[in-house]
Design a protein around this ligand. Structure first.
Ligand code: PLP
Length: 424
């Protein structure tokens, strides 16, 4: 499958049925797997042979989803998790312990911000937030000897910044730490972060991976392109006492990070995705290329319509020529800028709430990446746990409306907005 083009990999990778097997990936809804011989099971436990033995750590349906996502991102392996949140948490926890430190962009999803700013600090992992548009030297200056990772989003939700990969990967390289990228909004169809210096990619699979708003899940993909044996990451190099002294780097080479995340973190924390959800994500990926193309096309048309509307103050969409991120969008998102845009309505939060009431086709939903167009007022919903100054840091303003543009006919979407804007 690796020799096929991206769109073919979406449709047919990596599930490959043998003679007489189901054409469509089966849902293996089983917690356990039967074996003839205790010695074989012992070898499974010792990671000497591959295979499923308990669904908390691995399952064939989930394995097919992981394999496809790893292929689409161009990684060496992937680990599916119960949510995007658990993927972000485990991506960090796999290489950080109490006393360690990470550098994160301020422009990130509100839930990730809380995870880093509140929960990771309680576990003794310190986070410093940096404006993604800061200079390289300022990013590097945030580091301490305990810094273990740099974290950012390809397209930030919902501030709509496009990441300057060249700068962020240069910062991570000069600190000898991995660059961890949340690629949820872009998806590998629009941007493949490993090609721009990222080392680990995570997704909320809940969003465009699923694409139909049915299932919650996340995934971590390992680029296999970071040398963990640089003195900073003893957990990947030194013996793991919970596996009879197994050394991940020595045994698994380029896939050390993702194997450790599975066999130690997923084993211990148990943030496992259900096989049914993995089936839905795998099914969603079969049309990822078609959906992302249409989401991007529709979002650009809606952004252009809103930009000229007298009742709209401003529009943020990286695909717009007027966007300050348009140059970065052209460089890193040549196939389109995804389906999310934000705009400021004249009349502030009150007018925004009024607008939402007058929409028929477009629904008020706490979600994005669905094929149905949806709308949200972030300041009062997804980012309400942040105070006003932290909201501003994350690019959230009171008058700001976020639209997740779907794949309906664009004429109907624009008509709905036009009618609702007139009514405000
Ligand atoms: C939704 C989202 C998450 C969290 O994912 P869940 O699946 O809801 O836990 C993380 N990052 C981004 C960019 C998101 O949009």
């Amino acid at each position: 499958m690796n020799t096929y083009k991206f769109n073919t990999q979406c449709v047919q990778g990596t599930y490959d049925p043998k003679n007489g097997e189901p054409r469509v990936l089966p849902i293996v809804q089983s917690t356990t797997f039967e074996y003839d011989d205790s010695d074989y099971v012992a070898d499974l436990f010792d990671l000497k042979v591959p295979g499923s033995f308990y669904t908390r750590i691995g399952n064939p349906t989930t394995g097919a989803f992981e394999g496809k996502m790893s292929m689409l991102e161009g990684g060496v392996g992937a680990l599916a998790t119960s949510s995007g949140q658990s993927a972000s948490f485990m991506a960090i926890a796999n290489i950080c312990s109490a006393g360690d430190h990470i550098i994160s962009s301020t422009s990130i999803y509100g839930g990730t911000y809380n995870l880093f700013d509140v929960s990771l600090r309680k576990l003794g992992i310190n986070v410093i937030f940096i404006d993604p548009d800061a200079d390289l030297a300022d990013i590097i200056a945030c580091a301490t000897p305990q810094t273990k990772a740099v974290f950012a989003e390809t397209i930030a939700n919902p501030s709509m910044n496009v990441l300057d990969f060249e700068k962020f990967s240069a910062a991570a390289k000069s600190l000898s730490v991995p660059l961890i990228i949340d690629n949820t909004l872009a998806t590998p169809f629009l941007c493949r972060p490993f090609e721009h210096g990222a080392n680990i990619v995570i997704h909320s699979a809940t969003k465009y991976t699923d694409g139909h708003a049915t299932s919650l899940g996340g995934i971590i993909i390992d680029g296999g392109n970071f040398n963990w044996n640089n003195g900073k990451f003893p957990g990947l190099v030194e013996p793991d006492s919970s596996y009879h002294g197994l050394k991940y780097m020595e045994t698994f080479g380029a896939a050390a990070y993702i194997v450790k995340a599975r066999v130690s973190l997923l084993r211990d924390f148990g943030c496992t995705v259900s096989p049914f959800n993995s089936f839905m994500f795998h099914l969603g990926l079969e049309t990822l290329h078609l959906r992302m193309e249409r989401h991007s096309e529709n979002a650009l048309k809606l952004a252009e319509f809103l930009e000229t509307h007298p009742k709209v103050d401003w529009v943020k969409y990286p695909g717009l020529k007027s966007s300050s991120y348009n140059t970065l969008a052209k460089k890193y998102l040549p196939k389109g800028s995804s389906g999310i845009l934000t705009f400021g309505i004249k009349g502030g939060a009150t007018a925004g709430k009024d607008l939402i009431k007058h929409l028929d086709l477009v629904a008020l939903v706490v979600h994005l990446g669905d094929l149905r167009t949806s709308i949200l007022h972030p300041a009062s919903t997804t980012h309400r746990q942040l105070d006003a100054s932290k909201q501003a840091d994350a690019g959230i303003y009171p008058e700001m409306i976020r639209v997740s543009v779907g794949i309906e006919d664009i004429d109907d979407i624009i008509k709905d907005f036009d009618k609702a804007l007139k009514a405000v």
